[in-house]
Design a binder for this molecule. Structure first.
Ligand code: AMP
Ligand code: ZN
Length: 463
């Protein structure tokens, strides 16, 4: 079945054809590690995880290389270290670990290569030297800048004119720039900031050259797919194209550009100042990773996605229902296990059509309806096809028993917390009899309460 993808470069849905079906390469810009990842960052993780699963299904797992970098040198990291006093290496190590822990919970497969910017400084310096030698970059006051007017194709990805580009990039108009649109490839590092020796003195790379150098090192000069959030189209990806294509004339950098739409929270842009900033970790406190995945995949990846509590609850209800069908179908004896799994044509067609995950989810629910009505020798085969489809979306990965046990445990916790609140109310009203009854009833169920000096109550289970 043919895969079509919307290519940001041509603004069209196109048949996807890799340069070499035996080694398909996908590069996705990864996180800058200075803070916990938020639910907006989870969107590209989930979207490109589904694309990765699909490519592995089409071309074979050994024929696909997924590269997602870690940006571990950046001014935001330096600022975080300055603000907290924590050493930079500790911040980046801790945040990288937190990122991995969070996205594991979202069932995202690890990429094949996860290059770190700080381990590719040599490659960045080489590329910058090539750009200087060919007249596309110049040194000025310890900085090296990419000279935008030297590249006739500049702007072709984002399709912006010069005025729009200058406004969009909000580039600093430094006196040493030959053109206001020129952007930094290398900049000097003062004492105390991360820096590496280079032909231009001790310094550090700009963000854009990091991805050009790392993608080239791990996937070669031409990438089949390059992805990221829509906010990266300009200037980050435009600048990546300029650097990579000017460093290797005649070699197109990317064949298919794929960008996910933005996530908002209750209709507003997520931001710390608005108080609607939700980390992946906060979201996982409220719902299991599979629920968050289903919630994100119920909107097409190119559309804006609005995060609401109702949306999360709806996703939970949908997933519970799918697990219930799986559980019931699991009680039927497995038959016909020798049949090759052929997939579900309706589900596969939806996913191959520019990753139409909302339609794929309805097709999965249609499969569930069919499965719930079956009770003959075909049930085992349908159940396997249903599970294989769900696996392409990275959901229904648990044993249904474990799934429902987890949900019961969560309900149990909210019951305990409600009882603690009632006991506190009773105590405040000096109704010590009721308060003690609640404590005793919980104790009978193996829940021990511990009153804290600050008036709060902790609880733990015995045994
Ligand atoms: P950053 O760490 O900000 O560079 O973001 C890492 C990835 O998350 C990039 O691909 C961004 O485009 C993406 N991203 C950041 N915020 C959002 C959002 N609100 N919605 C969707 N994607 C986002
Ligand atoms: Zn990048």
């Amino acid at each position: 079945m043919a895969l079509t993808l919307f290519n940001t470069q041509t603004r069209k849905k196109e048949l996807f054809e890799p340069l070499d079906a035996a080694c398909v390469g996908m590069y996705v810009c990864g996180p800058t590690v200075y803070d916990l990842a938020h639910i907006g960052n989870a969107r590209p993780i989930i979207v490109f995880d589904v694309l990765y699963r699909l490519l592995r299904d089409i071309y074979g797992a050994d024929s696909v290389t997924y590269v997602r970098n870690i940006t571990d040198v950046d001014d935001k990291i330096n600022a975080a270290a300055q603000a907290s006093g924590e050493p930079i290496s500790a911040i980046t190590a801790r945040t990288t670990q937190a990122f991995h822990d969070d996205i594991d919970e979202l069932n995202a497969l690890p990429p094949d290569v996860e290059p770190r910017a700080t381990e590719h400084i040599g490659e960045m310096i080489d590329m910058i030297e090539t750009l200087i030698a060919s007249g596309h970059a110049y040194e000025a006051e310890g900085h090296v800048l990419f000279h935008v007017p030297s590249d006739d194709d500049y702007g072709k990805l984002s399709n912006r004119d010069r005025e729009e580009m200058l406004a969009g990039a909000r580039v600093e108009v430094a006196p040493y720039k030959r053109d206001p649109a020129d952007f930094v490839l290398w900049k000097p590092s003062e004492e105390g900031l991360p820096g590496w020796d280079s032909p231009w003195g001790r310094g550090r790379p700009g963000w854009h050259i990091e991805c050009s150098a790392m993608s080239r090192k791990h996937l070669g000069l031409t990438l089949d797919i390059h992805g990221g959030g829509a906010d990266l189209v300009f200037p980050h990806h435009e600048n990546e194209v300029a650097q990579s294509e000017c460093a290797s004339p005649g070699q197109p950098f990317v064949r298919t550009w794929v960008h996910n739409g933005f996530l908002s929270v209750n209709g507003e842009k997520m931001s710390k100042s608005l108080g609607n900033f939700i980390t992946i970790r906060d979201a996982l406190d409220g719902a299991p990773g599979e629920v968050l995945r289903l919630m994100m995949l119920s909107t097409h990846y190119r559309h804006p996605l609005d995060w609401t509590e109702e949306g999360v609850q709806q996703a939970r209800t949908r997933l519970d229902r799918l697990y219930r069908v799986l559980q019931n179908a699991g009680e039927v004896s497995e038959t016909g296990s020798d049949d090759a799994d052929s997939g579900d044509p309706g589900f596969d067609a939806a996913l191959h059509d520019d990753l139409n995950t909302p339609l794929a989810l309805s097709e999965l629910e249609r499969q569930a309806d069919e499965l719930s009505k079956l009770d003959g020798p075909d049930t085992g085969r349908h159940r396997r096809t249903f599970l294989a489809s769900a696996g392409m979306l990275g959901i229904l990965q648990q044993d249904p028993k474990a799934w429902f046990k987890g949900a019961d445990a969560a309900e149990d916790v909210s019951h305990i917390e409600a009882q603690i609140a009632l006991r506190l109310e009773a105590r405040n009203a000096k109704d010590f009899g009721t308060a003690d009854n609640i404590r005793d009833a919980l104790a009978e169920n193996g829940i021990i309460l511990e009153d804290r000096p600050d008036g709060t109550t902790d609880w733990r289970r015995t045994g």
